[in-house]
Design a protein around this ligand. Sequence first.
Ligand SMILES: *[C@@H]1O[C@H](CO)[C@@H](O)[C@H](O)[C@H]1NC(C)=O
Ligand SMILES: *[C@@H]1O[C@H](CO)[C@@H](O)[C@H](O)[C@H]1NC(C)=O
Ligand SMILES: *[C@@H]1O[C@H](CO)[C@@H](O)[C@H](O)[C@H]1NC(C)=O
Ligand SMILES: *[C@@H]1O[C@H](CO)[C@@H](O)[C@H](O)[C@H]1NC(C)=O
Ligand SMILES: *[C@@H]1O[C@H](CO)[C@@H](O)[C@H](O)[C@H]1NC(C)=O
Length: 843
Amino acid sequence: MRSSGKTTLCLFIIAGVIVRSEAVRQVSLNVGENLETSIFTASDNVEGCYLDTPWGETIEFKPVDNSNDKYKLEEDTEFVKCKVTVKSINSNDAGIWTLRSASDNGNNRNETYEVTVTTEGTSTEISSKLNIEINEETSTTDVAETTWLPQETTENTIETSTAQIEEIINIDPEHFVTKIGESHELKIPEYDFLNSEKCYIVTPDGNQYDVEMTQINGIEVIKDDNVACGVKVHIVSEQMIGDWMLISRGTRYSTEVVERRLPFTIILEEIVNALPSEITVNQGNDIYIRLEDSTPFYDTCKLIDPLDTFRTNIEKDSRYVDTCGFIVKNASENDSGFWQIKYGESTIYKAFVRVTVNGEAQTDIQSHYTWTLDRPVEQLMGPENTVYCRVVDPKQNTVFDGFGRCNVTLNRVTVEHTGRWRIFVGLEGRVLTDEHDFEVTVREADPKPVVSTSVATNKPLVTLTCSVSSSHAVNSCKFRDPTGRILLANPGVGEDRYTFHGEGSSLQSGVYNHECGIQITNPEIRDLGLWSCAMATDAETYYGFLSVLCPWAMQDPEVAATVVSEPTLKAENQMVNGLVGETVTMSCSVQSAIRYCYFRARNGTTFSVSPGESTGAIEYAGAGFDAGDCAIRFSSLSASDSGLWSCHVGLVSASETEHRDSFEVSIQDTLVAEQRVEHNALIITGRVHDDRAVEYCRFVRIDGLGFTTENLPEGYRSDSLLSVGRCEIRIPSPSILELHPWTVAVRIRGQDVELSRETLHSLHEHLPEDENQIFVYHFPITWLMILIIGMSLIMTGILVGPKKNRTWTYAKASSIRDSLRRSFGKKIVTEKIVPERNTPMSA
Ligand SMILES: *[C@@H]1O[C@H](CO)[C@@H](O)[C@H](O)[C@H]1NC(C)=O
Ligand SMILES: *[C@@H]1O[C@H](CO)[C@@H](O)[C@H](O)[C@H]1NC(C)=O
Ligand SMILES: *[C@@H]1O[C@H](CO)[C@@H](O)[C@H](O)[C@H]1NC(C)=O
Ligand SMILES: *[C@@H]1O[C@H](CO)[C@@H](O)[C@H](O)[C@H]1NC(C)=O
Ligand SMILES: *[C@@H]1O[C@H](CO)[C@@H](O)[C@H](O)[C@H]1NC(C)=O
């Protein structure tokens, strides 16, 4: 059998052992030799290692290593973690030495040596004796081996063999929870006091085999000098499941047969999927658990609860027999945790389900809400773990129906919203929805806090103060001077002739009182007039107006005349430009709070707007009525909306007359197409707004003839300039066909869409009556003179001339009249086309 060099050496050193004792090793040493002590500590984690000397001293090696020249802690090996050498034994060292170890698992072991010290002369005698002993030893084991040939063993081998064994050392058993294809190593190490000889393995069926002699499926022998008996177990089949044992047999002190036994268990286990793998359920509800895939071993299914106990008070789910369906009724909070379905005959299959049982369903549904009339509402309701929600208003309309938390969103609260609402909530861990009621009260909005203002004059100082009480803290305060300049009232800051002044903010029984102001030293003319202040909180901005008219600065009547002392509505821009189809904003403001605001188009149509109000086409675009802002934003206007507009406001002081201001609005079309006749030639033009460059100009005649300026029909001429968005063609002596409306189209460089417009009117269009009337006023005086003179001549002819001439004069007169009418017609056409694409308006 294998017997390492180390063992031989050790045996040599502790030679001379004759008496065997369970507890005490007899060691005889020559002076100068070393005493080697060690404890088999298996795979424990050794924390303490101590050596007790014959004179009662204890030397610590672990945890504190007190090694010195005499005592030395040797290096750990896999299974010996407390090994100490006592160097150069002398006659004083004779006596009992005990080596003790302490492991973290509570295993305390010790090994005791009774040392006798001999003189030099005897050593050779001992060593020769040792040799003989080793030989004897070998023969003993040989005998033993013949008795225990694996082939001849029976199930009771281990039992019967113990009789002949002097000592059995049981090594802590091992468990392998494993699966097919895995490998595990088992080792019984060499031990200094044993001369290992044989290595056996006991299979689950109880048979014992010599691993060297017998080939067992899946078992591979480990050959290693430090290992007395070791195997690598390859899990190749389910037949390997069961209890095994590895046995290392050796001899101690040449004669004693010692067996070290390492039992091990192989368990095959596989994890499979449960359905579902996670369940959230409310207390009192039932839990349904099963496997994802069916199994032929469904008879063996067991349900193990989170406390690792096999549950019996459960039902099998008859719908899912072959997937091990279980029903756990009336779940309690204690049922939270990992449950497992366990089945299988040899391989054990396990499926885990994480179960969360929620406590008492929380019905933290607020039972009352107060909403503000005409304001929007966005309100989340019900528990946070809501999976599904439906909210029904008092008129039985469903206001919210969807997954997730209840979210009631109203654009505007009306009195219709008052009353009992109903909410249906589906919670996580539940099947049924809960039904709750809540009450809604609608109240009018609180009036906006009023800013009180004051102006104190005390030559050379003018002090402007604004103050407001609000439920929010004011975080900024600014002033606007009569010229529109903004001044910030920052506490403690002064600049130029202006300094901050005021008390700042103070909180009093939940209401913030805020005061801010500006002090002007030696006001100039530009400081005189109407001021405004704005105080902003997180929620709103409050406005106030102040009139700075200090008598000493206004003594000069010329100066006094320039100071605006009455609120005056002013349009922000006298000219509002816009493009067809784009948003256009018109704003006016006055140094006073206003009650209403409207705009009037040139055709008399009015558009009234208020803050917070918005239709798709128009909306209020100012800072608020209390800021004196009257502003409107049109989402889109057309070229025909151009003209003189006005804004109108009513001031809060109801007795005041309405204020108005007017301004010009010009809405340009991005492409304007026209056609006109000039010197007997037809000219068709297209103009792009802002002179944007175009990629091409395209024209389409009424009959469908289409061309660009690059492929003009015969006789047509192009005067276009594409780089400035100008399209123009000239057709000499146009035919009736050519005088019909044309289509002009361009593509602005860099844009995807093509713009296309049609020119207006053809020669043969019937002229509306009012057009003729307009024409009368435009009738040139020269023509009128000629007409009058001509008519007088004709009349004279009729009265004076001979009868035969009368027919001539009649004919002449009608021809003149016709020719006149023709030129009128032409004139009308050209006039009509040039300035006006727009529809005529009714005033
Ligand atoms: C040594 O161990 C034995 C049992 O293994 C125990 O009875 C004895 O008290 C121990 N001796 C010392 C000194 O710890
Ligand atoms: C469910 O279990 C609780 C205790 O956990 C018990 O009080 C209750 O009566 C049970 N309900 C039913 C329906 O079994
Ligand atoms: C849950 O466990 C606690 C302590 O472990 C116990 O007092 C309680 O009665 C259990 N509740 C139920 C419903 O089983
Ligand atoms: C509630 O609904 C509105 C509109 O439907 C949405 O804008 C808002 O983000 C929602 N709120 C939450 C918290 O989901
Ligand atoms: C009057 O002008 C407005 C705006 O310019 C326009 O919306 C409205 O249609 C016009 N009304 C009539 C009758 O032309």
